[in-house]
Design a protein around this ligand. Structure first.
Ligand SMILES: NC(=O)c1ccc[n+]([C@@H]2O[C@H](COP(=O)([O-])OP(=O)(O)OC[C@H]3O[C@@H](n4cnc5c(N)ncnc54)[C@H](OP(=O)(O)O)[C@@H]3O)[C@@H](O)[C@H]2O)c1
Length: 340
């Protein structure tokens, strides 16, 4: 029986909670996975802790009204760090917001979880990108798992595909569409819309933020490229080593010109291993229509792995979403269970 603590109970945290509720019996009967949610700590929604377990339906109801701290009979008022340190959880699920410059507050949550000997499962790109080596070493020292499938392509198996299914291959290049918002914009520009019109539609549909820089300037894709380089290729590269440009300079004329050449613009994140070094980039590229990446439209993501034994393997799937990213946490929970 695994005791779980949620740190951050927004879209992703609640996505996992709903899956855990819906699949409780399947998880037990098919995989022998049993869980108890002992704690939740969220900035505005409140916090609750009960060493004997909390009822997930009640938690989800209370979260809607920002009233988790009114959970009957539970200990309340614990902030994220105290929840990590003081509760009897053995797995911490970290899904607070991403800060790609400092990694905080998640970086402190990550360290506290690992230092207190708890497994850490996360969808948060901030600390995973910035402090990957330190956190991996700490997890190894404490003999616990640090898993982060959801940081790249949400629940579409990108990292687990490499670590499990493609194990034994030498992966020499990974390239693909790592950001759904920019792919949605470029796909709409293919239909004749200007960059500004396509961005506005992405914002209206909730794909893009009011301040869209993290997506359109390539920062979000860059974080994922760094995570792939470090975790799949063992590369020692940082944010500043990635050659990055976004899609803001692409005009309708560029889209039309590419069409004439039998190509399509995509924002491509790429990591390439050459000799002893690894190069990484995020930039708009004209992709041949015969490339599987060219046919991936809308907010969908895709990655092609170039390997020595399997040639090119391409995966296509969601890069975001409540259920999809909630599932990424479940897939890591099941990995911990398999490894135990
Ligand atoms: N949504 C996706 O499709 C997706 C996909 C891949 C990765 N991710 C990553 O997953 C993480 C969670 O995303 P999300 O969509 O669930 O975001 P979200 O809905 O904004 O949820 C984040 C939650 O964390 C809480 N929080 C922030 N700081 C906290 C702190 N110091 N202590 C406790 N709780 C804190 C927030 O509290 P309040 O809002 O109540 O203040 C919020 O409820 C992010 O790092 C995101 O980049 C998301």
């Amino acid at each position: 029986m695994y005791r779980l603590a949620f740190i951050g109970f927004g879209v992703v945290g609640q996505g996992l909670a709903e899956i855990l509720l819906e699949k409780k019996n399947v998880l037990k009967d098919c995989y022998g996975f049993e869980y108890l949610v002992v704690a939740v700590s969220d900035f505005n929604k409140g916090s609750a802790y009960s060493p004997d377990g909390l009822d997930l339906s009640t938690l989800l109801e209370l979260a809607k009204q920002n009233k988790i701290s009114e959970y009957p009979g539970a200990r309340t008022g614990l902030d994220a760090l105290n929840t990590i340190k003081e509760t009897n959880a053995d797995i911490v699920l970290e899904a607070t917001y991403t800060d790609i410059e400092t990694g905080e507050p998640a970086y402190s949550h990550f360290k506290a979880a690992l230092e207190s000997g708890k497994h850490l499962v996360t969808t948060n790109k901030g600390p995973t990108t910035l402090f990957f080596r330190e956190l991996s070493d700490l997890a190894a020292k404490k003999d616990v798992r640090f898993l982060f499938e959801g940081t790249v392509l949400s629940g579409t198996p990108a990292l687990n595909l490499c670590h499990l299914c493609l194990a034994g291959n030498d992966v020499t290049e990974i390239r693909g569409i790592l950001n759904g918002t920019t792919n949605f914009i470029l796909t709409n520009m293919e239909k004749g819309k200007s960059y500004e019109e396509a961005l506005k539609e992405a914002q209206e549909l909730g794909y893009a933020e009011a301040k869209p820089d993290a997506d359109v300037e390539g920062w979000d894709a860059l974080a994922k490229v760094v995570i792939l380089a470090k975790s799949v290729m063992g590369a020692d590269i940082g944010v500043g080593d990635v050659d990055r440009s976004g899609i803001t300079g692409i005009k309708l004329q560029d889209i039309e010109q590419a069409k004439k050449e039998g190509k399509r613009w995509k924002l491509i994140g790429k990591v390439t291993k050459e000799g002893g070094s690894v190069r990484a980039s995020v930039r708009p590229e004209k992709v041949e229509l015969t490339d599987p990446l060219a046919s991936v439209g809308g907010a969908t993501n895709a990655l092609t792995f170039v390997t020595d034994l399997m040639g090119e393997v391409t995966i296509v799937g969601a890069g975001a979403g409540k259920k999809e990213t909630g599932f990424s946490l479940l897939s890591d929970l099941l990995s911990i269970h398999r490894m135990s």
